[in-house]
Design a protein around this ligand. Structure first.
Ligand code: E4P
Length: 226
């Protein structure tokens, strides 16, 4: 499973990229708003992220009609070769995804919650589909179970030939709130998990690692003083 970082924060991206384990970034309008983003600064901000990350960077469209999504998607795709255009899973989004894909633009279909949505996204040419775990949990449903169903269903079929460059479709586990979400997504064979920076840090940490390191360092002091 690959790790993407789910943020628009340049410092977080720089720091996580330096760890050497991040393969891409996903952003959305809320994440951009949280870093104090402005309308005029949006394209430059996405360009900065694309310079920091050696991998796909998802930038989201905000139009709700197909022509608008296609126009915004083309503008975003022109910013950098590693831009992936994020499009909501809805009728207008499907039509725009097919049009963008036919023009060679990679699409990440977002706000995906069900198996039929995921299959339609893949058939429309999405390079990535992003089922949301945490938001299902928020309404007392099992987000992990839904992601598992989507992985299993997509695995029944061959989607090469649908997306740009015949690359098929990859599932991005999104709306991740905990290291356990990451672990379960990996056990299900999810292609990618996009994680907020605080969750990524939690994925690295374990109390037994801390305790073990303390003991090794204490024993090394004894070796030095022997
Ligand atoms: C995915 O691409 C989304 O940006 C993100 O994972 C949404 O997460 P949230 O439900 O925590 O806002």
């Amino acid at each position: 499973m690959k790790f993407f970082l789910d943020t628009a924060d340049l410092d977080e991206i720089k720091e996580a990229a330096s760890w050497g384990a991040i393969a891409g970034v996903t952003t959305n309008p809320s994440l951009y708003m949280r870093v104090g983003g402005t309308l005029d600064g949006f394209h430059d901000h996405i360009k900065r992220i694309c310079e920091l990350v050696d991998g796909p960077v998802s930038a989201e469209t905000v139009a709700t009609d197909r022509e608008g999504i296609i126009r915004e998607g083309r503008e975003l795709a022109d910013l950098a070769p590693n831009v992936v255009v994020k499009v909501p899973t809805m009728v207008e989004g499907l039509a725009a995804t097919r049009a963008l894909t036919d023009q060679g633009v990679r699409v990440n279909m977002t706000l995906c919650f069900t198996v039929p949505q995921a299959i339609l996204a893949a058939r429309a040419g999405a390079r990535y589909v992003s089922p949301f775990i945490g938001r299902f949990d928020d309404i007392s449903e099992d987000g992990l179970e839904q992601v598992g169903n989507i992985i299993a269903a997509l695995g029944n079929y061959d989607f090469t030939g649908c997306s740009v460059g015949d690359e098929g479709v990859e599932v991005i586990a999104a709306s991740i709130r905990s290291a356990n979400h990451v672990a379960q997504a990996a056990l299900m064979g999810c292609d990618i998990a996009t994680v907020p920076f605080n969750v990524l840090k939690k994925c690295v940490e374990h109390p037994l690692t801390d305790r073990g390191l303390e003991r090794f360092l204490a024993d090394w002091e004894k070796v030095k003083n022997a």
